[in-house]
Design a protein around this ligand. Structure first.
Ligand code: G3P
Ligand code: CA
Length: 271
């Protein structure tokens, strides 16, 4: 029989503000991250891309098209070019119910700027996106974290930064550079696939990571229990409905990614 999730009683599940409070504000902009923080987010989730001139910026897509008024690949543009773009107006058009005049003209932030703004008393959950497209991305990330005081002994112990990726290679690269940084292996299960994870996979992941991040739709209670029985964390993405949040919390997940951190905070406070 499945053990009750309550047998795992420990600290509260983590509220990971996915691209900030991106349900309410333009993803990966400073106001989105600020709102995520105000709404109870424990971690600011950041997707990284790298510009032509080697700057790390916060953006989900490899292209500028969806979230700015620019076009083309990030890797083909310099930071100066990207800084001229409007990263907020698309949101006002797409989500008129949450539109705000001040979102117009927002800039794409660099990782440096985000860490300057939020400092060492916030927590960051950073994804290396498309690392195969950006050689040197991991080194640059670690240099930036170090510069901002986020790789000190106490920062590492407090898990100020978690690095996540779908790319095992990228995580292993980070692990080889600094084995003390907590890592999370992201996993994706196709629509027609049942979310299943073998002991061998979990044993392998446990060699370099503290946990896994699967898409929540394809997992069940047995999956959550199997991961936790290995002593690994499980942070499913991207959970936006309170009914789903409740179910996952009952299954014993140790955190989740959400575009609506206020909704998750409400569910956590009910526990
Ligand atoms: O990082 C967790 C989740 O964000 C992974 O999917 O595509 O939203 O980055 P994506
Ligand atoms: Ca992500």
């Amino acid at each position: 029989a499945l053990a009750t999730p309550h047998s795992y009683a420990e600290q509260q599940a983590l509220n990971i503000a996915h691209r900030g409070a991106s349900g309410y504000a333009p993803e990966h902009t400073i106001p989105s991250y600020e709102l995520g923080d105000q709404m109870g987010g424990d971690y600011i989730e950041i997707d990284l891309q790298m510009t032509k001139d080697g700057h790390l910026i916060a953006m989900h897509d490899e292209t500028l098209d969806r979230t700015t008024n620019g076009t083309g690949k990030v890797k083909d543009h310099t930071l100066a070019e990207i800084k001229r773009l409007d990263a907020g107006s698309w949101f006002n058009k797409e989500y008129p119910q949450y539109a705000k005049p001040e979102y117009k003209g927002l800039k794409v932030p660099t990782l440096d700027e985000i860490l300057d703004r939020f400092g060492t008393d916030h927590k960051y959950y950073i994804e290396t996106k498309a690392p195969e497209v950006y050689p040197g991305m991991e080194e640059k990330l670690l240099d930036t974290l170090k510069k901002h005081g986020l790789l000190t002994k106490s920062a590492l112990e407090n898990k100020r930064v978690i690095i996540q990726s779908f790319s095992k290679e990228s995580l292993k690269k980070v692990h080889n550079l600094n084995a003390d940084i907590p890592l999370v292996q992201l996993l994706w299960y196709e629509q027609n696939q049942k979310g299943e994870i073998t002991d061998a996979e979990l044993n392998d992941i446990a060699q370099y990571a503290i946990g896994v991040g699967p898409n929540y739709e394809k997992i069940d209670q047995a999956y959550v229990q199997k991961v936790r029985d290995k002593g690994l964390k499980i942070h499913p993405y991207t959970v936006n409905k309170q009914s789903e949040m409740k179910k996952l919390l009952e299954w014993g997940v140790t955190g989740m990614f959400t575009n609506f951190p206020d909704k998750l905070e409400e569910m956590l406070n009910k526990q």
